[in-house]
Design a protein around this ligand. Structure first.
Ligand SMILES: CCCCCCCC/C=C\CCCCCCCC(=O)SCCNC(=O)CCNC(=O)[C@H](O)C(C)(C)COP(=O)(O)OP(=O)(O)OC[C@H]1O[C@@H](n2cnc3c(N)ncnc32)[C@H](O)[C@@H]1OP(=O)(O)O
Length: 172
């Protein structure tokens, strides 16, 4: 099923998953879809490997963690939080050096916690890993207390490729 992109989410400076200046990171671009799911577009490289040609499971976990957590901002961009639990199922090897997608969505929203699910898939829509995770909602100033994170390090990146990203055909 095809869903329209409504908005690109911001990137951070140094986060491993989305930091634009993290040279070892995944530099993931995130797009909010009309069905309140969030899709991340990324590509792993040699520095992210476990066995040769295979992304490290811990890095796959980091991707799923951030993607599911960020999905809460499709509902309210002022909600921030920290991960308290994540369970991952590694279904197939996640390859390096090719464009892949990670998808996240919220399944349960409460006053202090939310839960969500997500997956990593390839451009053929094969599911490579799935996850369920739980987050504790906190004010961003409590998570990052020494700088004004949103003003100083939460950046809208206007990438030329974004204008080509108008919709996604999700596997489920
Ligand atoms: C730079 C890019 C970021 C992009 C974000 C975009 C926006 C998206 C917005 C949001 C999604 C965020 C996702 C981003 C992804 C990456 C985030 C990470 O990697 S975060 C690093 C890993 N996680 C931590 O560092 C937490 C460390 N833990 C803590 O700080 C504390 O344990 C904390 C704050 C979670 C709770 O500690 P207490 O001392 O404040 O409170 P206590 O009493 O322990 O718990 C409060 C309540 O929560 C329950 N609770 C705690 N952990 C639980 C759990 N695992 N399961 C169920 N309940 C739990 C407890 O039972 C308690 O409930 P009762 O008040 O008794 O009803």
């Amino acid at each position: 099923m095809i869903y329209k992109v409504l908005k690109k989410q911001n990137n951070s400076e140094m986060c491993f998953v989305c930091g634009i200046h993290n040279e070892s990171g995944l530099n993931t671009s995130y797009y909010e879809l009309e069905n309140n799911q969030l899709i991340g577009v990324f590509k792993g490289h040699d520095v992210h490997q476990s066995y040769p040609e295979r992304m490290h499971g811990g890095i796959v976990t980091a991707l799923l963690d951030e993607t599911i957590g960020r999905a809460v901002q499709t509902l309210d961009e002022n909600i921030w939080g920290v991960t308290v639990e994540i369970t991952v199922r590694f279904v197939k090897p996640v390859p390096l050096d090719q464009v892949l997608y990670t998808v996240g969505y919220v399944t349960n929203m409460r006053s202090r916690m939310f839960e969500g699910e997500g997956y990593v898939c390839n451009t053929d829509k094969e599911i490579l890993a799935t996850a369920k995770a739980k987050y504790f909602i906190q004010h961003v100033d409590k998570i990052v207390s020494d700088i004004d994170f949103v003003r100083e390090q939460w950046i809208y990146v206007d990438d030329a490729k974004d204008s080509e990203v108008k919709s996604f055909d999700l596997p489920k």
